[in-house]
Design a protein around this ligand. Structure first.
Ligand SMILES: Cc1cc2nc3c(=O)[nH]c(=O)nc-3n(C[C@H](O)[C@H](O)[C@H](O)COP(=O)(O)O)c2cc1C
Length: 178
């Protein structure tokens, strides 16, 4: 027996949740789980953001953003970044996260995160209540000790969003043997 679900997109969770950082003088962060790679050559990702959010305005004005990958240690900061708007509060001050300069773009990275993508806005597309932003990845790097042959190890405790207030982490990596 299969039942209809209320939120179709939760069938596509758990999925990584990241912190998107953008802005010029005033830097802001938001939580985002609607993120996906879309091309390898050139390296591109896409993020889908609610049009009315502050981050949309910032990305449209500075045309750059960083994608910062948190481990489970940052779960509270992720929740704050995902439930408050930079229109009203300074989320960097509120979370206590530390910003560091990026390698290729002006927008900073969040030092406390375990991996980073520096992105230049390439294309945008209106989709329903969201804007889909396609970003070219100009730099990508991560904590070396948490990688195993270029993949996140279990030690990375990469934060995945299950839905609502529920999060999880990958607990058992399995190698396919055929
Ligand atoms: C785990 C989690 C994932 C989220 N994913 C997205 C997302 O993919 N797209 C989006 O527009 N909002 C998402 N949100 C909601 C935004 O982070 C939220 O609206 C935030 O207040 C926007 O901040 P801003 O106005 O400073 O840009 C998510 C929230 C949480 C808690």
């Amino acid at each position: 027996m299969k039942k209809d679900v209320e939120n179709f997109y939760y069938l596509l969770h758990p999925r990584p949740v990241v912190l998107i950082c953008s802005g010029n003088e005033k830097i802001n962060i938001m939580a985002c789980s609607w993120i996906t790679p879309v091309s390898e050559e050139p390296p591109m990702i896409a993020i889908s953001l609610w049009k009315e959010g502050y981050t949309c305005k910032l990305i449209e004005s500075c045309k750059e953003f960083t994608v910062n990958i948190p481990s489970i240690d940052l779960i509270k900061a992720v929740w704050i970044a995902g439930t408050k708007s930079g229109k009203n509060v300074d989320k960097i001050a509120l979370t206590g996260l530390k910003l560091s300069p990026s390698k290729k773009i002006k927008v900073p990275i969040i030092e406390d995160c375990i991996g980073h993508l520096e992105c230049k806005l390439s294309k945008s597309l209106e989709v329903g209540e969201c804007n889909l932003y396609v970003g070219e990845v100009l730099a990508a790097y991560a904590k070396e000790e948490l990688l195993e042959k270029g993949l996140w190890s279990e030690n990375a405790k990469v934060l995945l969003h299950s839905g609502g207030k529920i999060f999880t982490i990958p607990s058992k990596l399995t190698t396919v043997r055929i």
